[in-house]
Write a protein that binds this ligand. Structure first.
Ligand SMILES: Cc1ncc(C[n+]2csc(CCOP(=O)(O)OP(=O)(O)O)c2C)c(N)n1
Length: 362
């Protein structure tokens, strides 16, 4: 199991500028058999990923038109992770924590596009009442325990949430308390202390939690392979005696399958799972990043694996829907996104006198 010999890390370093290490890892992963995919699930995943993609494209447009302030981190390319994991969770029952790259996680959990867009515009109608902005989406109703600007901050919050569910069931006898919590974070975050501390506690107490690493190869401008002694993050689970899985994070069906296995394990009381999803962001780190560090060859490799196109191929090859039906869904989604922008533009800003409201619970 132990890699990371001097020779291995030297080789991965050389590879870091090309499609490199991830290309090799992806080629070793079994492709998902979509035999059991039904029309309803296929279309629901397609709809969710399309909403994520189109919403983010509109955010870029609005940002460059000066409608949003501060840093805005988009999720393009990574949609299969959000739709695969959150789509497998029980809505408004299970919980999750996000990062600053949080818009699409919120949408997958059902936070209305109007509320997410309003939050990005700093309006009172936003899911965090306009006080949070892009990096701090929150929705108690949709069980989103927050987006976090500091990397790794959401992991202990998710751990606390998982502990609460288990405590209610085991110590207080609440049979219905079988919620699982997912913590989403990036590869760069896995070199932080909270990651290791929380993995340890989660396994020690067999907490119902899923650690979802969205390994998009880069932490701003630092290539993952150059910053991490053993770049295969999922293997770190073994050090804690925890289940770990490596997944093609561009394949929504593969992500969904792995999430279902992890959810089942957690609900049965068998503890946490570390899921490493190999994915890629199609845009720069944030909208302020000119994205000059990543090679064209690498970007092209990942563009070929666009998760939306792959799902479209599966859906049409299995004759679950036609290309025309999928174009019609895109049109509907475009309308929803335009409506969200119009709603957010017309909404009120918070009253300056209420600046400190919501800092503490009423
Ligand atoms: C505690 C902390 N240290 C440093 C930073 C600065 N920072 C912002 S984003 C980032 C890279 C994170 O990369 P990764 O976890 O891979 O997430 P990704 O952006 O790829 O989604 C860093 C180091 C921060 N936000 N928080």
């Amino acid at each position: 199991m132990i890699k990371g010999t001097a020779m291995t890390s030297g080789q991965t370093r050389q590879n870091s500028v090309g499609a490199g290490e991830h290309a090799e890892r992806l080629s070793n992963l079994a492709t998902q058999n979509p035999a059991n995919l039904d029309r309803e699930t296929g279309l629901s995943l397609f709809r969710d990923m399309t909403l994520g993609r189109r919403f983010e494209d509109k955010c870029a447009e609005m940002y460059y038109r000066g409608k949003m302030f501060g840093f805005v981190h988009l999720y393009n390319g990574q949609e299969a992770v959000s739709s695969g994991v959150i789509g497998a969770m029980k809505r408004q029952h299970d919980w999750f924590c996000s990062t600053y790259r949080d818009h699409v996680h919120a949408l997958s959990a059902g936070v209305p596009a109007r509320e997410v867009m309003s939050e990005l515009f700093g309006k009172e109608t936003g899911c965090s009442k306009g006080r949070g902005g892009s990096m701090h989406l929150f929705s108690k109703e949709h069980h989103l325990l927050g987006g976090y600007a500091f990397i790794g901050e959401g992991i202990p919050v998710a751990l606390g949430s998982a502990f609460t569910s288990k405590y209610k069931r085991d110590a207080l006898g609440d049979e219905k308390s079988d919620a699982v919590t997912a913590a989403f974070f990036g590869d760069g975050t896995c070199n932080n202390g909270q990651f290791f501390e929380c993995l340890n506690m989660a396994q020690l107490w067999k907490l119902p939690i899923i650690f979802v690493v969205e390994n998009n190869k880069w932490a701003i401008g630092m290539a993952h392979d150059r910053a991490t002694s053993d770049p295969e993050i999922w293997r770190k689970a073994e050090a804690f005696g925890m289940a770990g899985e490596e997944i093609d994070g561009m394949d929504v069906l593969a992500v969904r399958g792995a999430a279902q296995r992890a959810l089942e394990r957690a609900r049965a009381g068998n503890g946490p799972t570390l899921l490493e999803c190999l994915t890629y962001r199609f845009r720069g780190h944030s909208l302020a990043d000119p994205d000059e560090l990543r090679s064209e060859q690498e970007k092209e490799f990942w563009a070929q694996r666009d998760p939306l196109k792959s799902l479209e191929n599966v859906i049409t090859e299995k004759e679950l829907a036609t290309h025309e039906e999928l174009r019609a869904i895109e049109k509907e989604i475009d309308k929803e996104v335009v409506d969200a922008v119009e709603f957010a533009l017309g909404a009120e800003e918070p009253e300056p006198s209420e600046l400190t409201r919501y800092i503490w619970a009423d």
